[in-house]
Design a protein around this ligand. Structure first.
Ligand code: PEP
Ligand code: MG
Length: 893
C-alpha cells in the first residue's frame, strides 16, 4: 500500500531531513528534530505526493490516505497522552500547516487550535483551570478556520471584536475576560451562520479534513502562485500538510513563544538572535501587533531595547534553548531559523530550517563557518547565491552626507534606498509602472502586498519586528527595509507620514537605510560599498575553484576601472559607438555621415581619430596585461543623426552643407527595420574608411602604450558577420592597417582578429569563419533576437504576459534560452573548434552576467564570459558554482 502519511515525535520519526521533496521543508525538519531527541510536539506529515494526486484527480485524496491519517492521529494521541475531540480527560488540539520544499513565508494557509468546539472548550477549561485562555483560543480558532477554510474575511471578526471592546470600554485584547470571549464566540458563530447559511462545524474530524483540504487548496492561491513565480519555484512541487499537537505559549506568564536565528540573519554576526513574547501565540510574534522582546542580553544591548530579555527572566529555559540552537546548527552546519513555544515552563521546538539571510549575512556566515571549521571552502562558496550578492554591490549612505533623520526603526534588510512615498502596494505598482521610484510605506505589510513590495526601492513599516512579514520578505528580495519605526505615524486616509514633527505627503521623497534603521528626508547621497574583508576572502576561494574567466563589457575609463576592481580579467566587449556620443565628437560623427563622398568622409574621420586613439590608450593602460576586445562600429548610421530642425541646422553648418541636404541624407538612411539593416560589418564593407580609422586608432594606441612598457593584448572584433567573405575582406583591412602602424611607429605588437557570433547563419558556418577568425564572442542579445525573430527593443510588451501565462519560463534576453539559442552556441563552439582547436570562445551578450546562463557557458566550454562591471563578482561566483556543479541555492532567497 502506498504510503502517504509520516509520523514524528517522542524521539523518533518515519522521515528525515533529506526527505524534503516528499515531506516539505517543515515536515522533513520536524522529523529530523524528533530523531535528534529534541522535544517536538508529536504530529504527522501528509506528503507532497498527496498534493500532486489531489490536483491530478479533481481535488480528491488517494483512497488509502484517510485510514493512514486516522492511524497517525491515534499515534499522536498516544505520544501526547491526550485525545482528539475529548470532552473529558486530556484534550489533543492540533495545528494544520502547509510546508513546501522551499519555504514560502506567509504564502499558504495555517489553522491553529483545531479540535475546539462548544464541548471540548469546556473540557479544556476544566483541565487547565484557565477559562479565559480557553475561550480566547476558541475564538482565535473560529476566526482562523472561518478565514482559511470557510473563506470568510478576518476583518468581519476583527470588526466584531473592536465593536465589543468599544462597548465594554476596553482598549487591548489582554483586558478582555473569559465572559467577553464567550460573548464574542457567540457573535462569531452568528457571523458564520449569517454568511454561510450553516453553522460553524463542531465535529473535530470534519474540522480536520476541512483544514487539510484548505492547505492543499492554498498551494494554488493567488499569492502563492505569485511568490513561486517571483522565486522561480515550480508549480508541480506541491505542498505537504503538517498536523501537529498544539502546545500553547499563551497559558500565563510561565508560557511564551518566539522565533530565533542561530546567527543574525541581517548581518551574519555569530550571535544568537531572536524575539519572543510572554503569554502569546506564535502568530502574535510575526503579526507585529505587540513589540517582541529580545532573547539575549547581548542582543538587548545591541538593539537598545528596554524590554526584558529571555536570558534575564527565564534563565534555565534560555540555557536550554541555546543548547538546542548549538545542537541544530552543528547538525545542519548552517544558520538555523527556529520557532519555539514554552508551555507552562516546558520548552518545545516547533520548527527549524536553514534561515533566509541577507547577502551580507550569507557572506559572513559562509566565511566564518569555514573559519570555524564547520564547513570547507567549497561549501562556503556554495552557500552564497550569485544572484544575491548583487545586494552587496548596492549603494550605502555616504557617511559624509548631510542628512535629516526623521525617525528610526529596525534595520530589517540592509542597503539604502530613496524614492517617493506611497501608502499602498497597488499605488507602488502603479507608480512604478509610470517609471517612478517609490518607497512603500505601510503600518505593516501582509502577503497581499507582495506585488507592491517587489517593485518598491525600499519598504518602511511602523509596526512589527525583525521577523515581521515586511522584514522577512524584504530580506528575501534584497530590498532595503526599515521595520517597526514606531515613532512615525501613518494616516492612510490623508496619505500622510508624520515624523520628527514633519508631515510628508504621498509623492514626497525619503531615504531609508536598512542597515541602521534610519528614515531620512529627501534623497541622501550614497556610496558604493568596500569589497574587502569577507567579500575578498570568499572571492579568493571562488577564483581558486572556477575555470571560466570573467571579463567586462566596458568602454569608459570609469567602467573599466570599476570592472578591474571587481576582479575582471579583461574587457570582452568595448562598444566603440558609445564613444561617439560625446558632445565634442558627435558633431564630427554627423559630419562624417552626411559627407557626400569618401574624401569628405575621411576629413571628418580624421577629426575623430585622435579621440578614439586617446580612448584606447586609456583602456589599454587601465587593462594593462589583460586582453581588451574592441568591437568596430555596430549600429546603423542614422542612429547618430539628429531629429530636430535645430540640430539638423547645426550639423549642416558644421559640415558646410545646407539643411535640405542633411534632411535628405537622414531620410535616405532611414530604415524600416534597422536592427536587421545597414549595421555591423555591413557598414565596414560599404564604408571601409570608418573601420580603417578605428583600426588605426586602436593600433596607434597599442604602439603608444606598449612603448611605455605596458603589456597590451588587443583583440579586434568584427560585428554581425553572416558571410565568411565579410570577415575575410575586413581581416585583410585590419592586417594592412596594423602593418602600416607598425611600419610608421616602429613598434612590434601582437593582436588578434575575431568575430562576434550573433546571427544564426554565422553559428552554422562557424567552421568556415574560424578559418580566419582567432576568436568568437557570442553576441547573444542579437543571437536571441534573430533566433526567435523578435525585436529586442519591442518584445517587452509581450514577453511579460508570455511569462505570466507560462508560455516561456524566462525572458530569453535575461536568461539564455539553452534549448534554442544555446544549441546554436554549442554548434558554433563545436564547429569553430573543429577548424581551429585553440579558438578562443567567449560571450558578451547580457547573459554573461546571469548566473543560470553562466552555468551553460561553463558547460559548453567557453573560455570566458563578459558582463557589465557590477556583474563581474556575480559571474565569478556563478562560474565557481558551475565548476562545482552546484545547483540553485535554497537557503538564500
Ligand atoms: C549582442 O548582440 O549580444 C551584443 C553584445 O552586442 P550589442 O548588444 O551591442 O548588439
Ligand atoms: Mg549585437
Amino acid at each position: 500500500m502506498a504510503k502517504w502519511v509520516y509520523t514524528f515525535g517522542d524521539g523518533r520519526a518515519e522521515g528525515r531531513a533529506k526527505d524534503k521533496n516528499l515531506l516539505g521543508g517543515k515536515g522533513a525538519n520536524l522529523a529530523e528534530m524528533a530523531s535528534l531527541g529534541i522535544p517536538v510536539p508529536a504530529g504527522f506529515t501528509i506528503s507532497t505526493e498527496v498534493c500532486t494526486y489531489y490536483y491530478q484527480n479533481k481535488e480528491t485524496y488517494p483512497p488509502e490516505m484517510k485510514e493512514q491519517v486516522l492511524a497517525a492521529l491515534a499515534e499522536v494521541e498516544k505520544i501526547m497522552s491526550a485525545k482528539f475531540g475529548a470532552t473529558e480527560g486530556p484534550l489533543l488540539l492540533v495545528s494544520v500547516r502547509s510546508g513546501a520544499r522551499a519555504s514560502m513565508p506567509g504564502m499558504m494557509d495555517t489553522v491553529l487550535n483545531l479540535g475546539l468546539n462548544d464541548q471540548t472548550v469546556l473540557n479544556l477549561a476544566r483541565n487547565t483551570g484557565d477559562e479565559r485562555f480557553c475561550y480566547d483560543s476558541y475564538r482565535r480558532f473560529i476566526q482562523m478556520y472561518s478565514n482559511v477554510v470557510l473563506d470568510i474575511k478576518s476583518e468581519h471578526f476583527e470588526h466584531l471584536l473592536e465593536e465589543h471592546k468599544e462597548k465594554v470600554g476596553k482598549k487591548f485584547d489582554v483586558e478582555l475576560t473569559a465572559e467577553d470571549w464567550k460573548v464574542l464566540i457567540a457573535a462569531y458563530k452568528n457571523e458564520v451562520q449569517k454568511r454561510l447559511g450553516k453553522s460553524f462545524p463542531q465535529d473535530p474530524h470534519e474540522q480536520l479534513w476541512g483544514a487539510v483540504g484548505a492547505v492543499f487548496g492554498s498551494w494554488m492561491n493567488k499569492r502563492a502562485i505569485t511568490y513561486r513565480k517571483l522565486n522561480n519555484l515550480p508549480d508541480h512541487w506541491g505542498t505537504a500538510v503538517n498536523v501537529q499537537a498544539m502546545v500553547f505559549g499563551n497559558m500565563g506568564d510561565d508560557s511564551a513563544t518566539g522565533v530565533c536565528f542561530s546567527r543574525n540573519p541581517s548581518t551574519g554576526e555569530n550571535l544568537f538572535y531572536g524575539e519572543y513574547l510572554v503569554n502569546a501565540q506564535g502568530e502574535d510574534v510575526v503579526a507585529g501587533i505587540r513589540t517582541p522582546q529580545p532573547l539575549s542580553l547581548a542582543e538587548k544591548k545591541s538593539m537598545g531595547s528596554d524590554l526584558p530579555a529571555m536570558e534575564e527572566i527565564l534563565p534555565p529555559l534560555y540555557t536550554e534553548l541555546v543548547g538546542f540552537r548549538n545542537k541544530l546548527e552543528d547538525h545542519y552546519k548552517d544558520m538555523q531559523d527556529m520557532e519555539f513555544t514554552i508551555q507552562k515552563g516546558k520548552l518545545w521546538m516547533l520548527q527549524t530550517r536553514n534561515g533566509k539571510r541577507t547577502a551580507q549575512a550569507a557572506l559572513r556566515i559562509a566565511v566564518e563557518m569555514c573559519e570555524e571549521g564547520l564547513i570547507d571552502k567549497k561549501e562556503a562558496v556554495k552557500r552564497v547565491d550569485p544572484a544575491q550578492i548583487d545586494q552587496l554591490l548596492h549603494p550605502m549612505i555616504d557617511p559624509k552626507a548631510k542628512k535629516e533623520v526623521l525617525g528610526k526603526g529596525l534595520p530589517a534588510s540592509p542597503g539604502a534606498a530613496s524614492g517617493q512615498i506611497v501608502f499602498s502596494a497597488d499605488e507602488a505598482e502603479a507608480w512604478s509602472k509610470a517609471g517612478k521610484k517609490v518607497i512603500l510605506v505601510r503600518i505593516e505589510t501582509s502577503p497581499e502586498d507582495i506585488g507592491g513590495m517587489h517593485v518598491a526601492q525600499g519598504i518602511l513599516t511602523t509596526r512589527g519586528g525583525m521577523t515581521s512579514h515586511a522584514a522577512v520578505v524584504a530580506r528575501g528580495m534584497g530590498t532595503p527595509c526599515v521595520a517597526g519605526a514606531g515613532e512615525l505615524r501613518i494616516d492612510y486616509a490623508t496619505k500622510t507620514l508624520t515624523a520628527g514633527g514633519k508631515t510628508l505627503k504621498e509623492g514626497d521623497v525619503i531615504t531609508i537605510d536598512g542597515s541602521n534603521g534610519q528614515v531620512m528626508k529627501g534623497e541622501v547621497p550614497k556610496i558604493q560599498p568596500e569589497l574587502t574583508g569577507n567579500f575578498g576572502k570568499l572571492m579568493e576561494w571562488v577564483d581558486g575553484i572556477r575555470t571560466l574567466k570573467v571579463r567586462a563589457n566596458a568602454e569608459t575609463p570609469l567602467d573599466a576601472s570599476t570592472a578591474r576592481n571587481f576582479g575582471c580579467e579583461g574587457i570582452g566587449l568595448c562598444r566603440t559607438e558609445h564613444m561617439f556620443f560625446d558632445p565634442k565628437r558627435i558633431i564630427h560623427v554627423r559630419e562624417m555621415i552626411v559627407a557626400s563622398n569618401e574624401a569628405e568622409r575621411r576629413v571628418a574621420l580624421d577629426k575623430l581619430l585622435p579621440y578614439q586613439r586617446e580612448d584606447f590608450v586609456q583602456l589599454f593602460t587601465i587593462m594593462a596585461g589583460l586582453p581588451v576586445t574592441i568591437r568596430l562600429l555596430d549600429p546603423p548610421l542614422h542612429e547618430f543623426l539628429p531629429h530636430t530642425d535645430a540640430d539638423m541646422a547645426e550639423v549642416a553648418k558644421a559640415a558646410g552643407k545646407d539643411v535640405a541636404t542633411v534632411k535628405a541624407k537622414a531620410a535616405q538612411l532611414h530604415e524600416s527595420n534597422p536592427m536587421l539593416g545597414h549595421r555591423g560589418c555591413r557598414l565596414g564593407i560599404t564604408y571601409p574608411e570608418i573601420y580603417e580609422m578605428q583600426c588605426r586608432a586602436i593600433f596607434e594606441a597599442v604602439a603608444e602604450v606598449k612603448m611605455k612598457g605596458e603589456t597590451v593584448l588587443p583583440e579586434v572584433m568584427l560585428p554581425l558577420i553572416a558571410v565568411k567573405s565579410e570577415f575575410d575582406r575586413l581581416k585583410v583591412m585590419v592586417d594592412r592597417v596594423a602593418g602600416e602602424v607598425m611600419a610608421k611607429t616602429g613598434a612590434k605588437f601582437d593582436y588578434m582578429v575575431g568575430t562576434m557570433i550573433e546571427l544564426p547563419r554565422a553559428a552554422l558556418i562557424a567552421d568556415k569563419i574560424a578559418e580566419g577568425a582567432q576568436f568568437f564572442s557570442f553576441g547573444t542579445n542579437d543571437l536571441t533576437q534573430t533566433t526567435y525573430g523578435l525585436s529586442r527593443d519591442d518584445a517587452g510588451n509581450f514577453l511579460v504576459p508570455y511569462q505570466e501565462l507560462g508560455v516561456i519560463p524566462n525572458d530569453p534576453f535575461v536568461t539564455l534560452d539553452t534549448e534554442g539559442v544555446g544549441q546554436l552556441v554549442q554548434t558554433a563552439c563545436e564547429r569553430g573548434r573543429k577548424t581551429r582547436p585553440d579558438i578562443k570562445l567567449g560571450i558578451c551578450g547580457e547573459h554573461g552576467g546571469d548566473p543560470a546562463s553562466v552555468h551553460f557557458c561553463h558547460a559548453v566550454g567557453l573560455n570566458y564570459v563578459s558582463c557589465s562591471p557590477y556583474r563581474v563578482p556575480i559571474a565569478r561566483l556563478a562560474a565557481a558554482h558551475a565548476a562545482m556543479g552546484a545547483g540553485t541555492i535554497s537557503t538564500t532567497a
